[in-house]
Every structure is written in structure tokens, then in C-alpha cells.
Design a binder for this molecule. Structure first.
Ligand code: ZN
Length: 274
């Protein structure tokens, strides 16, 4: 289990690995078919041109993980066995643990990059000493790593069907559970009611929490729910959702893979449907 840490680790003691992030992507080392997102200190130093370890991420087993930012404008001169890769394409190529650590690295590096100056008074910020935050020494404004919570919901109906929608941005004929971002002031249940009604025009009840998944594209936290259909006819908004239908278990269209919480919600529904 990964333990997040932000201070208090002696980088001269124990095992350390380094993740180098640039342009929101990760420098990956390939050894034959085996890829790694984490570099040894000398490898990271060679890529960065300086000592690595800008941000402590935490510890997995006995290994400490650090993230470093290679300036986005820096010219890339990578060794032959290194390449730049984005998180999406690394999914399934790294282990789940490695991929999650890579997601933490890109989100934190990008957050620090984007919070170098105080959003209130414009002075340079500095890392807060006692927590993961950037703080303005002049006005005291403290900025925490940005997370955007979003709900994702599978709606089931008494006749054994579930409602899935097709997003207008997808260029494949895939249907999925409905999702949307939480607005300030909303409970998660409020968001489920609002998003479902906005996207497909139906009302739901009996909202039950299913599970959550960090989704670092760029900084979402997906909160999964199952809800029961209450009333209303499907009316899609035509923008976010271009089609939505009630599907029986034996007639499901193409759906997301189970790496995503959408795929897990659908797999769970199928299992419960027998
Ligand atoms: Zn300030």
C-alpha cells in the first residue's frame, strides 16, 4: 500500500526512485519489453542535468518515490532506451502501483508548476512546511493540490435494464455510465440528481456509493454510484450525451474496460444481474 509523504525522508538512506515529469508527461526507461516510470538517481540526474528529487511523493514498501520537473521548454536529449510517454498510454503497460505513482507525480508536478505565484497578490509562493501546499509568504494564501471531484453513476431499472449514454466526443460507438463534475455547494447526491437530469432527463432515487478512482486526466477523482430509476423519459442533451438507451444484460453495446470505474460499475451490474 502506497503511503503518501511530503517531508521527513533522508534521501541518502534507503531505496529511492525518481520520476521525471516534463510537459505533463513522464520519462520512461525501457529494458526490452519491461518499462519503468521510475529512474535511479544517476539516470534521473542525467536526464535533468542536476540532482533529482524536487518533490517527495511517498513510500511503497521500502522504496521512496520522488518527482522532479524537467522544464517544459527544455530540449530533450534522452538516451536511446528512454522515451517520453503520457499517462493514458502507460495504463496497462506499467503495474497498477507504478501507474498510480506516475499519476501522483504528474498531478503534483503540474500543480507546483501552475502555483509558482500567488493567485491573490502575485508574489512567488513557497512550499508549506507542515503540509502538501504552496504558500504565499506575503499574504499567506495557501493553495492545496487541485482535485476535481466528479460523480459517475449507473442507473438501473426494475425490468433489469441499465441506462448507458454515448458521449458526443467519442469517436468509437461506446456507451458508458453518466458522469459530471461536482459544483461548489453540492452534495455528491445533489450532483448525481442534477447531472442525470441534465444529461438524459430522468430522475433517480436510492443513490448508493460504489467506490472511487483517481483519474489523473488531469486531476479528477471519480466517485462511483448506483442509482435506481424513478421516472421520466430519456431526453438527451445532445451535447455531452448524444444518445442514451436502456440496455438488457445480453444486449450491451461496447462499454469501457474495467480499468475504469465506469467499466467496474457495469461489470458489477452484470454480475448482480446474473
Ligand atoms: Zn499572496
Amino acid at each position: 500500500m502506497f503511503e503518501p509523504l511530503h517531508t521527513g525522508v533522508d534521501r541518502e538512506v534507503g531505496e529511492h526512485r525518481h520520476i521525471v515529469v516534463t510537459r505533463s508527461r513522464i520519462i520512461v526507461r525501457a529494458d526490452g519489453d519491461i518499462e519503468s516510470q521510475s529512474l535511479r538517481r544517476h539516470e534521473a540526474a542525467a536526464v535533468l542535468g542536476r540532482d533529482p528529487g524536487d518533490l517527495l511523493l511517498g513510500r511503497l514498501d521500502d522504496t521512496h518515490y520522488w518527482a522532479s520537473h524537467l522544464d517544459d521548454d527544455a530540449e530533450l536529449a534522452l538516451p536511446d532506451d528512454h522515451h517520453l510517454s503520457d499517462l493514458r498510454s502507460l495504463h496497462g503497460r506499467l503495474s497498477d502501483d507504478e501507474w498510480n505513482i506516475a499519476g501522483r507525480a504528474t498531478q503534483l508536478v503540474d500543480w507546483v508548476r501552475d502555483h509558482r505565484y500567488c493567485g491573490r497578490c502575485g508574489l512567488e509562493t513557497e512550499p508549506a512546511s507542515n503540509m502538501r501546499a504552496m504558500r504565499c509568504p506575503a499574504c499567506g494564501l495557501t493553495s492545496f493540490p487541485r482535485l476535481s471531484p466528479a460523480v459517475i453513476v449507473l442507473i438501473e431499472r426494475d425490468d433489469g435494464r441499465c441506462l448507458l449514454g454515448r458521449n458526443g466526443l467519442w469517436d468509437i460507438p461506446m456507451y458508458s455510465t453518466l458522469a459530471g463534475f461536482v459544483e461548489p455547494g453540492e452534495t455528491l447526491e445533489d450532483t448525481v440528481h442534477r447531472e442525470v437530469f441534465e444529461e438524459v432527463g430522468v430522475r433517480v432515487k436510492n443513490i448508493r456509493y460504489f467506490g472511487s478512482q483517481p483519474w489523473p486526466f488531469p486531476n479528477s477523482l471519480m466517485l462511483g454510484f448506483v442509482a435506481a430509476y424513478e421516472d421520466g423519459e430519456i431526453t438527451v442533451d445532445g451535447e455531452e450525451v448524444v444518445d442514451a438507451q436502456w440496455f438488457a444484460p445480453h444486449e450491451l453495446p461496447m462499454t469501457p474496460p474495467t480499468m475504469s470505474i465506469a467499466g467496474q460499475l457495469i461489470a458489477d451490474w452484470l454480475e448482480r444481474s446474473g
